[in-house]
Design a protein around this ligand. Structure first.
Ligand SMILES: Cc1cc2nc3c(=O)[nH]c(=O)nc-3n(C[C@H](O)[C@H](O)[C@H](O)COP(=O)(O)OP(=O)(O)OC[C@H]3O[C@@H](n4cnc5c(N)ncnc54)[C@H](O)[C@@H]3O)c2cc1C
Length: 177
């Protein structure tokens, strides 16, 4: 591990309380691991199964939990280290920066994290996903508008009306007397 970033925030308690004393603390600790053996070992659960991107609560190996707690005690301020050490079943998720070279593929459009996922400590991913959705809505609006303009300019509705008139007149010619 070379660099790390720690964030600890209060969240509502189990009963939804947001009052001091009734809230819970959530921590996220970003720690760098080397690609390859270092990361693979971390992603191997207690049963020996190797996961790709995350380990659910209860499946992180004891050795890694012990290392996490020891690092917390030696590197973090005491109250914050206590939060880490109090977590009974810490879990983990691998975070990568993802930057798709294109956002549109034929009739498919990538937005939000599917297009670009950046490390979450910037706390802007939701806003970016919403901005993408707005941009897509506006783009679809422009397309719909131009389709409407085309429909107005299109002579087909008038032609089909004339065709229906002609068809019923033609049919009338065959009504037997
Ligand atoms: C630990 C962490 C902390 C974060 N903190 C912040 C923060 O403080 N502020 C902030 O702005 N952002 C934060 N982010 C980032 C933010 O959560 C994301 O950028 C945002 O949720 C992206 O929105 P999205 O709609 O693109 O994707 P998502 O929110 O991931 O939504 C994708 C949805 O698609 C569903 N889905 C997946 N596959 C399928 C399928 N085959 N069929 C149907 N549905 C499917 C998923 O279940 C999910 O509901 C954080 C992320 C992490 C991991």
């Amino acid at each position: 591990m070379r660099t790390a970033l720690y964030s600890c925030t209060p969240i509502p308690g189990p009963d939804g309380s947001v009052e001091p004393g009734g809230r819970q603390l959530k921590f996220v600790w970003y720690r760098n691991y080397l690609e390859g053996g270092d990361l693979e070992e971390l992603l191997t659960d207690t049963t020996g199964h190797r996961h790709d991107t995350s380990l659910p609560p209860g499946s992180v190996k004891d050795t890694h939990i012990a290392e996490l707690r020891a690092a917390a005690v030696s590197r973090l301020p005491e109250p914050i280290a206590r939060v880490v050490c109090s977590a009974a079943q810490p879990f983990l998720q691998v975070i990568y920066d993802v930057d798709a070279p294109r956002m549109a593929f034929g009739r498919v459009c990538l937005i939000g994290d599917a297009a670009f996922a950046v490390r979450p400590h910037a706390a802007a991913g939701s806003a970016k996903a919403a901005a993408d959705a707005w941009a897509l809505t506006e783009a679809i609006g422009v397309i719909v508008l131009s389709l409407k303009k085309m429909a107005v300019a299109d002579r087909r509705p008038a032609c089909s009306k004339a065709f229906r008139r002609y068809k019923s007149r033609a049919a009338g010619l065959f009504v037997s007397s």
